[in-house]
Ligand binder design. Sequence first.
Ligand code: SF4
Length: 172
Amino acid sequence: MATHSAHDGHSQRKKGDDPRGSFIEEGLISFNRWRVSRRRHAFRADEIAVICPHCLQYSECTVKILNDATKCRRCGRCSIKDLVEITSAQKVPIYFVSGGRQAIRLLKDPSVKAVVAVACGKELFAGLLRSGGKTVVTVRNVWPHGPCKDTSVDASQVAKAIADLLGRGERR
Ligand code: SF4
C-alpha cells in the first residue's frame, strides 16, 4: 500500500506518468470505494490510522519523519506540513512508511480499526488485498516529479476521508 519502493515496476515509470494501477487494480479500488461509502459506522480518532508513503517528503529535507511525523518543521515545501496539521487537529495518528511491509503491519494492527491510505494505484491495490475486510479509505498521491520522489497529495481529500470516518463528513 503506502510504499514507494522502486523495485516493483515503478522504476519503469517516469515523470508525468499517471500513478494509477492496472485495470484490475483500479477495479478493486473502485469496488472498495463503493463498499466504504455504504458504511455507516463511525470510528473514534484513536481507532484510525493515516498511512502515507515517505516519498511525500521533500527529497532535500533532512527532518527524520519516519518515526515521528510531528518532527516536521512545517516549512510547507511538501504535503507533509498539511497532513501533520490536519491529523494533529483531529488527534488522528499519522504514519509515514518507507515500504509496503511496514504499511501492512500497521494495517493489520488490531488496535487500528480504519485506515486512510495514501499511495499510488499499485500500492493501494496491494494494501487492499491484505486489508482483511478492514475499512480502508484510499487517497491517491500524484507524481509531479516522477514515481517515488517528491510526490504530493491533495490534503483536503485526506481531511475529508478522516471527517467521514469520524462520522463528521457528508454521507455519499
Ligand atoms: S513540510 Fe516538513 S517534511 Fe516537508 S520539507 Fe518542510 S520540514 Fe520537511
